[in-house]
Design a binder for this molecule. Structure first.
Ligand SMILES: NC(=O)c1ccc[n+]([C@@H]2O[C@H](COP(=O)([O-])OP(=O)(O)OC[C@H]3O[C@@H](n4cnc5c(N)ncnc54)[C@H](O)[C@@H]3O)[C@@H](O)[C@H]2O)c1
Length: 351
């Protein structure tokens, strides 16, 4: 493919507005269409947008000159001028728009979680296997510079055999944020367990493979209507390793957002924390790499840059993640949900 990839973005909330700026500033893409049910967003009034990290200044109107606007996402998907559909709407709409995008012969990037339920993701997977267009899920932590760097170190064997790991993601309460407060409605968002904590469940899946079972503990209905707002999970690999995660949005609004990890091997430890990113070897050597490139500072930039390159070069975008793996991560989350409910370890059924 030659020329810039023409992109249509559906949903201009925190993620859609973030993606918009990345495509707008990328030499390989141009945003030619946007869709949202909120008319103000289509006029460039983005003042209502709130997110957890990397918040942009939305106080001034956004210049949308030359961009087609749609109140109906399915009309944008039918726009013959668009090559890549980027889906950034609340999770319950993901399946319908992914399927419509692929059926219309477009490439699709869809925000995580791929779907609200694993069964919907499996249906997409079966359909996708027969398509020649690309589908990628915005599982941005797999692309995040420090996580990707740590992944390469773990895989290289430099820190030796993994003994323990903890991945953590704690957000202030999102109550009052987003479209119609959808994050606080368990049926729509899957609450913090799916919407937020999936990042770490998926990172653990990526780093260490498929766990055999999970044991989870959850705080329910504190911030959301009846969902899991804070979760602690142990992932069992049937070996001596102790792999944990903690995630949620229990903290009071205004608390700082925290994403961190500690990975301990018998030759070294990798740590991302508020004091920075470090690799500390057993011989006392300490490395403090900065893996972020100036033009690709976040996982969102890396993921979009990667997909645009795949589209240009006609390469299936499965170096960082596959759709099969996305289905598996959702299956792990559903096992965590069952573990909380039934108060016992749950063996995960994949496939
Ligand atoms: N990768 C990440 O780091 C990350 C971070 C936040 C959110 N997300 C995901 O991105 C998606 C969107 O989240 P958000 O924080 O941007 O939400 P948001 O509530 O800020 O924005 C959603 C937008 O979609 C619009 N919308 C709702 N229904 C629509 C429809 N049927 N058609 C067109 N527009 C519609 C709303 O008006 C709103 O502008 C979710 O799936 C969420 O889980 C990912």
């Amino acid at each position: 493919m030659t020329g810039k990839t023409k992109v249509g973005i559906i949903g201009l909330g925190f993620m859609g507005s973030t993606h918009f700026r990345i495509y707008r500033d990328h030499p390989m893409s141009e945003v030619t269409a946007i869709a949202d049910i909120d008319e103000a967003k289509l006029r460039g009034d983005w003042r209502k947008i709130v997110g957890n990290i990397g918040n942009e200044d939305n106080s001034q109107p956004i210049d949308l000159t030359g961009i087609s606007t749609y109140a109906n996402a399915l009309e944008l998907i039918r726009d013959p001028d668009i090559q890549l559909i980027d889906i950034c709407v609340p999770t319950p709409y993901h399946k319908e728009y992914i399927m419509a995008g692929l059926k219309a012969g477009k490439h699709v990037l869809c925000e995580k979680p791929m779907t609200r339920k694993t069964i919907e993701a499996k249906e997409i997977l079966e359909f996708y296997k027969k398509q020649n267009k690309y589908l990628m899920i915005g599982m941005c932590i797999r692309f995040w510079p420090e996580y990707q760097h740590a992944y390469q170190i773990v895989k290289s064997g430099k820190i030796g055999q993994i003994k323990s790991a903890t991945f953590k993601r704690i957000s202030p309460s999102l109550d009052g944020n987003g479209w119609e407060n959808w994050f606080m409605k368990e049926k729509l968002s899957g609450s913090a367990l799916l919407d937020l904590h999936l990042h770490d469940t998926d990172a653990i899946h990526y780093f260490f493979g498929k766990p055999k079972s999970v044991t989870s503990f959850g705080l329910k209905g504190f911030r959301s209507d009846h969902g899991v707002d804070h979760v602690l999970t142990r992932y069992d690999y049937e070996n001596e390793s102790l792999i944990f995660s903690e995630g949620g949005w229990p903290a009071a609004g205004g608390s700082p957002f925290e994403m961190s990890f500690l990975i301990v091997g018998d030759k070294g430890t990798i740590r991302l924390s508020e004091t920075g990113y470090k690799i500390i070897y057993e011989d006392g050597t300490i490395e403090t790499p900065n893996p972020a490139k100036p033009n690709l500072p976040t996982g969102w930039h890396v993921e979009i840059d990667y997909l645009l390159n795949c589209i240009q070069k006609n390469i299936r975008p499965d170096k960082y993640l596959t759709i099969d793996e996305m289905v598996e991560s959702l299956a792990i989350i559903e096992a965590e949900e069952r573990s909380i409910k039934e108060n016992k370890a749950i063996e995960i059924i994949y496939g």
